[in-house]
Design a protein around this ligand. Structure first.
Ligand code: NDP
Length: 448
């Protein structure tokens, strides 16, 4: 009942004071995986592990609020690949992370539960703030980034991604975003882009910030104007933002996708150099242990045929399947920036191509608060567009995660939590018009 009152108040435009006066419910709906089921897929191949079987919608108790935290009413959330990893219990069940956090402090102990509320993205409204929170108040409309650090640790005070206690909210913590409420640290909050709907605002923080750090930040590739960038999965979650950063930064994206439909979407984004990897049928691996250099060379030739030169940066995340090729095709002195290994993390590449051509491999992982804020600001200014392609209700989180697991999606999949329908939450329709409905909804129209 109190959740309906909160929703009615938000939809009715209640003030922050009015929201703060509403009682919080003792429990709320959340998409969870269960510790009791963490062995349910043992013996199956990854591809056969089905998030629809492991993700459940259930009531969970609202944890006590720490002084540096906020309770947020989640209007919409999103599927990330880490939700897929949690739901198939790979490479490890995430309950080990929750236990480790549980041992750190009394506040950490709240996270060690037999359920794990998943989700590392959200947009919503602040309902409560703890006594130590200064910059946010009830009623604030926010998006949430997933970098979770204890800022009382000195290691968190240069680049917080280097903090010894850095973890990811909703993956290595409990009480994630795929729920009606969430509890987050105040230093995860960012302003919601006023021209976007809840679901458009909810899908960006994780992938947009990651792509920003990988390409734009001096902490990773540090792309400059004129750079040519090979982007694997160029209409996927990370790639859909990476293409925009390269175009905005005066570079030349070479996008790799796996179907004619995705190739068309990529062209509609303004990426002229497109490779359909399925049509090209690259065979980088002859068998499980052997790679074929002539296939790397073929990819390199295809890139040169499109843009007349080699790429300065390779935007890497598929991992084992592509990494050898990525190292090979980067230009002399080029950079391979990697944040993931979807197809396998035991990587093999020919080191001669790396050192003889003075290339470098740079690692990257999510983004610190300043980077996430800068990436969010670009969305607020209409310079980076959301790449929302489909929307599911919270009750179908398992199906939404299945779509991502099976690579049946484009861009990002949004999930409606408290928001009853799509299209709500747009506070600045004039600015939306200036940015352009066509640009904002490009992926949604394509995915529909
Ligand atoms: P998506 O599934 O949305 O997009 C990835 C795309 O990569 C796919 O759509 C696919 O595009 C392409 N791809 C997948 N497998 C292969 C392959 N074997 N060879 C070539 N291309 C492939 O996922 P995200 O972009 O959201 O995430 C990608 C990876 O990055 C995941 O492993 C995720 O966990 C990780 N990640 C890491 C982050 C970090 O902070 N370290 C943050 C965000 C994500 P197509 O079929 O069209 O080629």
């Amino acid at each position: 009942m109190s959740m309906q009152a909160i929703l009615d108040a938000i939809l009715g435009g209640a003030s922050g004071d009015e929201l703060a006066a509403l009682p919080l419910p003792e429990s709320y709906r959340a998409a969870v995986v269960l510790e009791s089921e963490q062995e349910m897929f043992d013996g199956l191949d990854s591809a056969d592990k089905d998030p629809r079987k492991s993700i459940h919608l259930q009531e969970v108790e609202l944890p006590e609020l720490a002084p540096d935290e906020a309770v947020v009413a989640v209007m919409a959330s999103a599927i990330n690949f880490n939700t897929v990893w949690t739901s198939i219990f790979e490479p490890l069940p995430t309950f080990g992370f929750l236990k480790r956090l549980g041992r750190q402090s009394i506040w950490g102990a709240r996270h060690d539960r037999p359920f794990h509320v998943v989700g590392s993205d959200a947009a919503g409204v602040v309902l409560r703030v703890g006594s130590a929170v200064r910059n946010w108040k009830p009623g604030d409309r926010v998006t949430i980034h997933c970098n979770y650090v204890d800022d009382q640790d000195p290691s968190a005070h240069n680049d917080s991604m280097l903090a010894s206690n850095q973890i990811i909210w909703g993956f290595e913590t409990n009480y994630g975003g795929l729920a009606d409420l969430t509890v987050v640290k105040a230093n995860q909050l960012m302003p919601k882009p006023a021209h976007l709907s809840w679901e458009e605002a909810a899908v960006n923080a994780l992938c947009n910030s990651t792509s920003y750090r990988m390409l734009v930040s001096s902490n990773a590739a540090g792309m400059k104007q004129g750079d040519a960038v090979l982007i694997w999965g160029a209409t996927g979650g990370l790639g859909g933002y990476a293409v925009q950063y390269v175009l905005n930064g005066g570079g030349t994206p070479v996008g790799v996708v796996s179907s004619p439909e995705k190739a068309e979407l990529l062209r509609a984004m303004g990426c002229d150099a497109v490779i359909d990897r399925k049509a090209a049928n690259y065979r980088f691996w002859v068998d499980e242990h052997t790679q074929d250099e002539s296939e790397w060379r073929r990819l390199g030739k295809d890139i040169r045929a499109l843009i007349g030169r080699d790429v300065d940066i390779v935007f890497e995340h598929p991992g084992r399947q592509t990494f050898g090729a990525s190292v090979f095709v980067a230009a002399r002195g080029g950079t391979i920036v990697t944040c993931a290994a979807t197809s396998g993390y035991m990587i093999e590449y020919d080191n001669r191509h790396l050192w003889m051509k003075l290339k470098r491999i740079v690692s990257s992982h999510f983004a610190n608060y300043a980077e996430a804020w800068a990436a969010n600001q670009l969305i607020c200014e209409g310079k980076i567009q959301p790449i929302l392609s489909a929307v599911y209700p919270l009750s179908e989180t398992g199906e939404a995660a299945y779509q991502v697991h099976k690579n049946l999606h484009e861009g990002k999949i949004g999930v409606l939590c408290l928001a009853p329908t799509e299209g709500l939450g747009i506070d600045d329709p004039e600015f939306r018009q200036r940015v352009g409905e066509d640009r904002i909804t490009l992926f949604r129209r394509h995915g529909a």
